[in-house]
Design a protein around this ligand. Structure first.
Ligand code: PLP
Length: 454
């Protein structure tokens, strides 16, 4: 016991001494350190031996749980052959097999796969491809991007240039290229609270931007059906389809960012299936390896691919690629992940689990400080507000979302809030029983933090 305690404290102290954690104020971390030592199924265990539900799928990644035997085995088997060789000018077997599978999994018109290592990089690639596509076909003026207010596409400089979350992005503004920002159809804070009115207004505003500037717009980038990091806001029915139609009308490429929504998260393989939308470019990451290894991909149509094809001297080559692009271990994990999806018919189960979660979350709207409950598939956000009637938010500095997730941690469940929106994104493999326990923990933590401690 004493020995174990010493070891635990050592890791915690060393984490404070040596690490600089992503998207983390280290002063907060010092007060509430957490060092994970292992995981099993949908549970994570820290160095102190305390076990938690992985209520955010380790940042929206995990699908079948931790230490899923088939994925572990696939990685081990691949290790017997090779861990990595470069994809620059040379293919590898798992990368080819995965590309074939991704093409089979996505709508027919997407025919090419360009790999990368993170969602943000998949987005960078999408932007660079869209930009260069127009140059390659002689339409040099089309250089600008359109994005949505509150959109999030990753944290690299290109990705934040098409992002619009003030708290993350304002400080870097001088570094960013400018994009047109169209209003996201945000129902919760709209005076009408009518999704159809909100949708039509947002599409009208987008049409105005397109009508005025289409000759200089290369592409529009949008998340698939639900804005994730922007606060878990679901698009009103018909909005994404409307965006697609406007892109076609004004000859603007449509990039759908499925980094968060892909691989079953919203109850379909990809969120575009909800409205039969056909993007020119689609980005995927996160769930692609079941939450195991950093693989991402940007998929394009053959028309786009062909615009880059030609003699080297024509200067059409896509100049992008990283050291670990198309890593064999990651691709092998992704293939095993997708096989489990198919064998276990997981997407159908997600639909049922999502319906169960919706039932369970319905009563949250009766809580004194829950303003809104939003959900698409197993992607849920619970917005805490000071005043439920007026939708008045808590003062930003009060950090009610953060405090609530710390209470959840005490009660044995991990997640990260988005401001005052509590994120609930359990691994897709969570059982009905496990979902129920997690929802109870969330409910108790919300009541305890907002009504008793708050
Ligand atoms: C829609 C979307 N795009 C891109 C990203 C960035 O992905 P990554 O963190 O893998 O760079 C995220 C991350 O949350 C996301 O939600």
């Amino acid at each position: 016991m004493a020995k174990g305690m010493v070891a635990m404290n050592e890791w915690i102290e060393k984490s404070k001494t040596y690490l600089w954690l992503p998207f983390t104020q280290m002063k907060d971390y010092e007060q509430h350190p957490l060092v994970i030592e292992s995981g099993e199924g949908i549970f994570l265990t820290d160095v102190n031996g305390k076990t938690y539900y992985d209520g955010y799928s380790s940042l929206w990644l995990n699908v079948h749980g931790h230490r899923k035997k088939e994925i572990d085995d696939a990685i081990r088997t691949q290790l017997e052959r090779i861990a990595h060789s470069t994809l620059l000018g040379a293919a590898n077997v798992p990368a080819i097999a995965l590309a074939e599978k991704l093409i089979e999994w996505t709508p027919n018109h997407l025919t090419r796969v360009f790999y990368s290592d993170s969602g943000a990089e998949a987005v960078e690639i999408a932007l660079k491809i869209a930009f260069q596509y127009w140059r390659n076909i002689g339409k040099d003026k089309k250089q600008k991007f359109v994005t949505l207010t509150n959109g999030y596409h990753g944290d690299t400089v290109g990705a934040i240039s098409v992002g619009a979350i003030d708290i993350f992005h304002t400080v870097y503004e001088p570094l960013m290229f400018t994009s047109y920002k169209a209003p996201f159809p945000l129902v919760y804070r709209h005076p009408s609270n009518d999704p159809n009115i909100v949708r039509d207004e947002a599409l009208e505003a987008l049409q105005k931007i397109f009508a005025e500037h289409h000759e200089e717009i290369a592409a529009m980038i949008v998340e698939g059906m639900i804005q994730g990091a922007g606060g878990m806001h679901v698009m009103p029915t018909g909005y994404l389809k409307g965006v697609e139609q406007l892109c076609r009308k004004y000859n603007i490429l449509l990039i759908v960012d499925e980094v968060a929504t892909g691989f079953g998260r919203t109850g379909k393989r990809f969120a575009i299936e909800h409205e039969d939308v056909k993007p020119d470019i689609m980005t995927v990451a996160k769930g692609i390896t079941g939450g195991y290894l950093p693989i991402a991909a940007t998929l394009t149509t053959e028309t786009i691919y062909e615009a880059f094809y030609g003699d080297y001297t024509e200067f059409k080559t896509f100049f992008h690629g990283h050291s670990y692009t198309g890593n064999q271990l990651g691709c092998a994990a992704a293939l095993a992940n997708i096989e489990i999806f198919e064998r276990e018919r997981l997407i159908e189960q997600v639909e049922k689990k999502a319906a169960f979660v919706a039932e369970q979350l319905a009563s949250f709207t009766e809580l004194e400080h829950v303003g809104d409950v939003r959900q698409l598939g197993l992607m849920c956000g619970i917005e805490l507000v000071r005043d439920r009637q007026t939708h008045e938010p808590y003062p930003w500095a009060e950090r009610m979302g953060y405090k609530t997730t710390l209470t959840m941690r005490e009660k044995g469940m991990l997640t990260r809030p988005l401001g005052d929106v509590i994120v609930f994104m359990p691994p897709l493999a969570s059982t009905f029983e496990q979902l129920e326990v997690m929802i109870t923990i969330m409910r108790d933590a919300i009541i305890e933090t907002t009504e008793k401690r708050g």
